[in-house]
Design a protein around this ligand. Sequence first.
Ligand SMILES: Nc1ncnc2c1ncn2[C@@H]1O[C@H](COP(=O)(O)OP(=O)(O)OP(=O)(O)O)[C@@H](O)[C@H]1O
Ligand SMILES: O=C(O)c1ccc[n+]([C@@H]2O[C@H](COP(=O)([O-])O)[C@@H](O)[C@H]2O)c1
Length: 211
Amino acid sequence: MQDKVERSVMAERRKIGIMGGTFDPIHNGHLLAADEAHAALGLSEVIFVPTGQPPHKGKQHVTSAEDRYIMAELATVNCPYFSVSRVEIDRAGKSYTIDTLRTLRAMPEYEGVLFYFITGLDAVLDIVSWKNPEEIMQLCRFVAVSRYGYTHKRMEELPQDLRERIIPLEIPLLAISSTELRERIKTGRSIKFMVPTAVERFIRKKSLYIN
Ligand SMILES: Nc1ncnc2c1ncn2[C@@H]1O[C@H](COP(=O)(O)OP(=O)(O)OP(=O)(O)O)[C@@H](O)[C@H]1O
Ligand SMILES: O=C(O)c1ccc[n+]([C@@H]2O[C@H](COP(=O)([O-])O)[C@@H](O)[C@H]2O)c1
């Protein structure tokens, strides 16, 4: 009975996806993951949230937040249910997901919304090292989409209480990563069908990733 009531309450709540990432640069793998989650989970929209300071990228050089934000805008502008948020870019310090969830949940336009945080399986397997993972799981549902080189079976490595809150989602594998794209640009190889055309044009115009 309790379960039934809970399910019917959840069915009435607006469901919104959050696709967080460094997006250095954004690529078709990110867009496909967000689109598959949108369809499979009945999300009304997906908000892309480029990180300001990625919490786990350490000393690795990261392209300016503004350029990564513009690329995210260019990649998503033609999709009516995608948008890009500046919430992490405009916040000082490391971009912890817990802070982002608290901020979004406190915004009047998202009152009563059920958030789904979309990540690749590689990122989810690392969740125990994130800030406040238990509280994150209370504030949203986690979605773990397939990523080349990983299987959902590996979710068994996670503590049960966290694993139970994560929705595994099989999506077509696109073996694209931002690392691979940066390497391709540096070595003069094509990225043509791996990123939206507008993103490729921006990368070329700003001479990003050439050294
Ligand atoms: N090809 C892909 N398929 C599915 N999910 C992906 C893919 N690429 C990235 N993701 C997921 O998107 C989120 C943001 O990823 P991120 O911006 O770090 O891209 P990345 O390609 O993993 O970058 P890098 O190679 O620099 O680590 C993460 O949850 C990541 O797992
Ligand atoms: O909050 C944390 O501790 C945390 C640690 C690592 C990653 N994240 C988030 O996970 C998303 C993917 O991160 P990344 O580094 O793979 O681009 C992005 O939104 C990050 O802010 C969050």
